[in-house]
Ligand binder design. Sequence first.
Ligand code: NDP
Ligand code: OAA
Length: 253
Amino acid sequence: MDEGVVENAELVALYDVARERCEKLASELKRFKPRIASCFEELLGSKPDVVVEAASQQAVREYGLRVLESGADLIVLSVGALMDRDLLAKLVEAARRKRRHIYTPSGAIAGLDAVYALSLNGIRSVRLVTRKPPRALKDAPYVREKGINLDETREPTTIYVGPASEAVKYFPANVNVAAALSLAAKKEATVEIVADPTVERNIHEIHVDSEASKLTIRVENTPSPMNPRTSYLAALSAIALLKRLADERLWIA
Ligand SMILES: NC(=O)C1=CN([C@@H]2O[C@H](COP(=O)(O)OP(=O)(O)OC[C@H]3O[C@@H](n4cnc5c(N)ncnc54)[C@H](OP(=O)(O)O)[C@@H]3O)[C@@H](O)[C@H]2O)C=CC1
Ligand SMILES: O=C([O-])CC(=O)C(=O)O
């Protein structure tokens, strides 16, 4: 799985609260022989140039600053954590001071380059409609807190409408894309979440209204076989970013 993709880089270390998950991943790799770190300090001890967070919003809060302070770039997938303005300001300040970068890849969506471009001239409204099979949503804090029973859902049901900063707390493993979208738009997205038993894919629709363009983007993603909440595209997006960085930015799409 790791052959022939990111050529000019080494995977130096892996860290997860559950060590056996790193061991399983490492056993599936052919080219890379990463150290399996038993704590986050040990991961940083490998002196990485880039650390990819693919864990949780809590992990961004726990380790984000330490990554930048260690002199590494930080790629964030649990972008929801960055809706916390204080945390974002601290990370940006550390990145500036250490001359490193924070990257938020497009993850499970597309078109953030255009959304960012439109933000330069001001965006009137930005909306995300996320549609996932009920099994991908049933463990979300919001669903549990409100006692919503998704096992009996027979038709598409809107279970949540609200601002991105709230949505990423209620659905921390489902709509990090709402944060990536809001940061690109420089405007908080309104998020609608639909539990849809008629779909097998994780579907994200972006609607942006601005003077320069009306933008509609729809992405239908195959879920990861290991985690139905997560789209396969999100992992590919992080790998594609690593590849661009490892190729020393000779070509940026
Ligand atoms: N930006 C985007 O477009 C997308 C973002 N995501 C986000 O990316 C993240 C990773 O997704 P995915 O790989 O599917 O998640 P998984 O839950 O499948 O895997 C994450 C792993 O990280 C571990 N972990 C969580 N928190 C910590 C921590 N503080 N320290 C150490 N290990 C930790 C988890 O352990 P445990 O299970 O014990 O918590 C788990 O083993 C998620 O937050 C997800 O929501 C996903 C898809 C798209
Ligand atoms: O993978 C997806 O479809 C989106 C996702 O989980 C997230 O943004 O957290």
